[in-house]
Write a protein that binds this ligand. Structure first.
Ligand code: SF4
Length: 221
C-alpha cells in the first residue's frame, strides 16, 4: 500500500491537477465527503484501473481501494499480472464518497468526469481496466452491463502519439467478493487479458478517432 498518492516523477501538471481536485466542489458529493480520493499509484504507468467511487475506508484514508475490495484487487493483480499497485495507477469515476454508498447519479458522474479524463490524458496509459458497471459503461460508452461487456478489449481513444488506449472491462472486486467462484474466475481471465494487451505492444489508431468495435476476446474466459 503506498504511503503517498503520487509517486515522483509525475507528469507535468499532475500534482497541480490533484491539488485542484482536492478542493473541488463541483457537485453535491462535496458536502458529505471527508476528503477527495483523487487516485494512487504511478502516474507514468502504462496501466490504469478505474473503479466507481470511494467507500467508507477510502473516504477516511484518502486512497482508492483500501478495504476488502482493495485487498482482493491487490491479490489478483499479483497472481494474474505479476504486479503491485505501485506498478499502475488506480482512480475512480467519482472522487468523493456518495452518502451511504449509494450509486453516483448521472449529474455527479458528469461533473467529476473531467478530473478522470485529465488524469487519463496526463498519465497516458496503454491499457485501462474498468472495474464494474459504472466505469465500464462510462468509458466503453455503452448501456450494456458488465456481464455482457466483459470478455472483450475495446479501443478507447487515440493518444497524441497515435497509440490507441485499450479498455478491458471486468467486475468490481466488491461484486466478486459477493459473487463467489464464477465472477472470480472471470475477473482473473480479464486481468490476464489486460496483461496480454499490455505485452502485445502499442495498438495504432483504427480510424479517425481511433475508435472501433471490440477487438476480440483475447484470453479465454
Ligand atoms: S465527486 Fe468529483 S465533481 Fe463532485 S465534488 Fe468530488 S471531485 Fe468534485
Amino acid at each position: 500500500m503506498p504511503a503517498v498518492d503520487v509517486i515522483d516523477p509525475a507528469p507535468v501538471g499532475f500534482v497541480e491537477l490533484r491539488d485542484d481536485a482536492l478542493v473541488c466542489r463541483r457537485c453535491r458529493l462535496a458536502e458529505g465527503r471527508t476528503q477527495v480520493v483523487f487516485g494512487a499509484g504511478d502516474p507514468t504507468a502504462d496501466l490504469m484501473f478505474v473503479g466507481e467511487g470511494p467507500g467508507a475506508q477510502e473516504d477516511l484514508q484518502g486512497l482508492p481501494f483500501v478495504g476488502r475490495s482493495g485487498q482482493l484487487l491487490d491479490r489478483l493483480m499479483a497472481e494474474e499480472m505479476g504486479i503491485t499497485r505501485d506498478d499502475c495507477y488506480i482512480a475512480n469515476v467519482v472522487k468523493c464518497r456518495p452518502p451511504d454508498n449509494r450509486d453516483p447519479s448521472a449529474d455527479e458522474v458528469s461533473a467529476c468526469r473531467p478530473w478522470l479524463e485529465t488524469q487519463i490524458d496526463m498519465i497516458g496509459p496503454r491499457v485501462i481496466v474498468t472495474l464494474g458497471n459504472f466505469a465500464s459503461k462510462l468509458l466503453v460508452d455503452t448501456a450494456d452491463g458488465i456481464t455482457k461487456v466483459r470478455g472483450s478489449v475495446y479501443p478507447y481513444r487515440a493518444r497524441p502519439d497515435g497509440v490507441v488506449v485499450q479498455l478491458v472491462p471486468t467486475f468490481h472486486p466488491a461484486a466478486v467478493l459477493r459473487g463467489g467462484a464464477d465472477p472470480m474466475a472471470k475477473m482473473r481471465s480479464d486481468l490476464v487479458r489486460a496483461k496480454q494487451a499490455l505485452t502485445a505492444g502499442p495498438a495504432g489508431a483504427t480510424g479517425p478517432a481511433g475508435l472501433a468495435g471490440p477487438t476480440g476476446s483475447g484470453a479465454a474466459s
